[in-house]
Design a protein around this ligand. Sequence first.
Ligand SMILES: Nc1ncnc2c1ncn2[C@@H]1O[C@H](COP(=O)(O)OP(=O)(O)OP(=O)(O)O)[C@@H](O)[C@H]1O
Length: 310
Amino acid sequence: MDGPVISIQGLTKRYGEVTAVRDLDLEVRRGEVYGLLGPNGAGKTTTILTLLGLCEPTAGSVRVLGLDPAREAVAVKRQVGYVPDSVGFYPTLTGRENLRYTARLNGIRSAEDRIADALEQVGLADAADTRAGAYSRGMVQRLGIADALVKRPSVMILDEPTIAIDPEGVQRVLALIRTLRAEHGMTILLSSHLLHQVQEVCDRVGIFVRGRLVADGSVEELSRRLSGGRTVVEVGVADDAGTAAQRVAKLDGVQEVEREGDLLLAVCEQDMRGRIADALTTAGHTLLHLRQRSSHLDEIYHRYFHERTD
Ligand SMILES: Nc1ncnc2c1ncn2[C@@H]1O[C@H](COP(=O)(O)OP(=O)(O)OP(=O)(O)O)[C@@H](O)[C@H]1O
């Protein structure tokens, strides 16, 4: 299938007086990890439920793999793995037995190999025959992902996949998301209010505030837009920083150079790391540090949030 895997145009969802999602346009391309980012009540879950055909749009059009989830929910469900924010399993059944149960519910026959593969992928092979009631929250979350993987989906939708799990568990889930994308080319949509985590795994993010998408792009792009198109390059040299600063300031495209502790901050029209490195090393400086500074996602998020609510 060509074109976006997820395509939302003009989506509005009202619950009585409450408008949960307003006039949303969003596209997720094949193999992309897209993060829906926003505070509680922003409309993330409503958007996800609409993609799964579990919530009917008030207005607008939604397509998943070219299908209309409101009309073709079964076909969508067959190809899309969904992990809700709180996954429930039978505590007295083992991880493997729980997956057998849902495989049967989904009409997947001869699922044993798929179940074993899915448990292996999420790192639960050793705990497969332990009761789910004895799993940690992080393990339950990973079992939820395994459950969605059994049907070998091409798209995964995860609602708050790292909520209420410990830092080690979070890292395992994030690593798993990266692997699913890298090794299986999976398209992944995840929602979160945990900014740093989204920044770690997503190619693009959409910032949701009160049902509206107020910004959309890669973290780099959002960062550049906020800084008025300028890029800051951090430079550290082992020797005379004053002379190094003068050299960098003379380069075409560098607007100004500031000092921040031991670092020089070169404000540039674009990423000039290569030219800065060349200029300094050619002049005999020893370069210790060179990094393009990007705004942290929480700075971006709060800036957009405040711009819209002030
Ligand atoms: N079934 C419903 N009936 C009435 N109002 C609803 C319903 N579902 C959601 N809402 C309202 O719609 C708005 C968006 O909710 P939604 O759950 O989509 O947000 P969210 O960004 O996923 O937040 P959270 O992280 O808290 O789940 C909220 O104001 C919520 O109270």
